[in-house]
Design a protein around this ligand. Structure first.
Ligand SMILES: [Zn+2]
Length: 50
């Protein structure tokens, strides 16, 4: 979706911690910073599911 295919490839590998908003690799089950398990994938397009 973005202008840079490389960036898109990176984005899908990244999850964002809901608690501290730090970026983590998708392979991690917990946030490496705060240990929270509440993570969301980083969205490529801004579209909210309801
Ligand atoms: Zn965190």
């Amino acid at each position: 979706m973005g202008k840079f295919p490389e960036a898109d490839a990176e984005i899908v590998k990244i999850v964002i911690c809901r608690k501290c908003k730090s970026r983590n690799k998708r392979t991690l089950k917990k946030c490496r910073k705060c240990g929270s398990i509440f993570m969301r994938p980083k969205r490529k397009d801004i579209r909210i599911k309801k």
